[in-house]
Write a protein that binds this ligand. Structure first.
Ligand SMILES: NC(=O)c1ccc[n+]([C@@H]2O[C@H](COP(=O)([O-])OP(=O)(O)OC[C@H]3O[C@@H](n4cnc5c(N)ncnc54)[C@H](O)[C@@H]3O)[C@@H](O)[C@H]2O)c1
Length: 345
């Protein structure tokens, strides 16, 4: 086996601790350094991994030749400056979602990684989820027919963030899956939401996306909700699928349901028949998506491959988030998505 890849992790808070645990357990990696500006967070994680250097300044990670690849799991506002500094220092970089908080910043990272021939991967975790891989195959194979519409719910009573709203915190997951399934950028976005708990940070946001060909999608995110839902519903012209990540094992249900056209058309209504067939529950691997994601990053670093969730993927999601934020700020007016420029597509 090739030498393990030296990993530095910037940001060792709640989620960073999960990334650290994964990279520390993979034989393809060697956890070299941990960095956090919060001494309490740093000390807590460092105590579990005494073999890794613990530092407070990201410059020490950038300057450490033993660190070949850096995982950025700091607060979202730090993603851009930290990722930029790491690519400039010659490191391959994994950045948690969202890639950046502005479109021009995300574009700059994509461009820089290309110029420097560095791996840039974004933590769009769900694309590594065996359930989403299955969903993608259902769409790709044509089993569902044409995808007509998708809606997702990502709500709970949970961690209330101060520096990013529920849109930027949760919706990257939903948007990355929707863009992955439809393989096209939306035409425009409408978002409405409200901040009930603190100043201007929206706790609940409803996003509507309009795609070419009349397809639509809807995303509901909130950290102020009695339910804990992590659910996608995909309605196709032949079949319908629900991916429910809160289910312990039966995460995907395929409904052989639809409305068929047939028979001799006397009146329009007569030509439609409702089909309500079987429900199929396929066996889905229960491998931890985060482990699959971390392993993919290491493979891309080792083999110099473009990740499934590369910088361009991160940029596409940031563009939709930025348009949704603009719509939110304007009280729900539609905001068009600018087509990708060739340079960073
Ligand atoms: N993929 C997922 O499912 C998932 C889930 C939760 C969070 N996340 C993402 O992970 C990131 C971290 O989230 P969290 O819940 O761990 O937040 P957190 O607030 O618990 O931790 C963030 C840590 O980053 C540190 N930090 C901030 N700026 C820094 C800098 N410039 N240098 C070094 N350390 C810095 C903070 O001190 C803190 O310890 C966020 O981007 C979040 O969106 C992803």
């Amino acid at each position: 086996m090739a030498d393990p890849i030296g990993i530095g992790v910037v940001g060792t808070g709640d989620w960073g601790a999960n990334l650290v645990r994964n990279f520390a357990s993979l034989p393809e990696a060697r956890l070299v350094a941990l960095c956090d500006t919060d001494p309490k967070h740093l000390a807590r994680t460092a105590a579990r991994y005494p073999g890794a250097r613990a530092v407070a300044d990201v410059a020490e990670i950038a300057g450490d030749p033993a660190v070949r690849a850096v995982v950025v799991s700091a607060s979202a506002v730090s993603h851009y400056p930290v990722a930029r500094a790491m690519i400039e220092a010659g490191k391959d970089v994994f950045v948690e979602k969202p890639l950046a908080l502005q479109v021009d910043q995300a574009e700059a990272l994509v461009r820089l990684a290309r110029e420097r021939e560095r791996v840039l991967m974004v933590g769009h975790l769900l694309l590594y989820h065996p359930g989403v891989r299955y969903l993608k195959e259902l769409v790709r194979s044509g089993d569902l027919g044409d995808v007509l519409y998708i809606y997702s719910q990502r709500v709970n009573l949970g961690k209330v963030r101060r520096d990013e709203n529920a849109l930027w915190s949760f919706a990257p997951h939903d948007l990355s899956v929707i863009l992955h399934l439809l393989e096209v950028e939306p035409l425009d976005v409408v978002a409405r939401g409200s901040a009930f708990l603190q100043g201007k940070v929206e706790d609940v946001v409803f996003v509507d996306l309009r795609f070419p060909g009349g397809r639509i999608a809807h995303v509901h995110v909130s950290w102020l909700d009695p339910h804990k839902l992590r659910k996608f519903t995909v309605v196709g012209s032949r079949k319908m699928v629900v991916f429910d990540d809160m289910e312990a094992s039966e995460k995907i249900k395929i409904y052989d349901k639809g409305v068929d056209r047939g028979g001799e058309v006397v009146s329009y209504g007569d030509s439609l028949t409702v089909r309500s067939g079987d429900i199929l529950i396929p066996r889905i691997s229960l491998q931890e998506p985060l482990t699959l994601e971390c392993r993919h990053f290491l493979e891309c670093v080792r083999d110099r491959r473009t990740p499934l969730t590369d910088g361009a993927d991160g940029l596409r999601v940031v563009k939709v988030l930025a348009a949704a934020q603009a719509s939110l700020d304007a009280g729900g007016t539609p905001v068009a998505i600018a087509p990708a420029t060739q340079e960073v597509a």
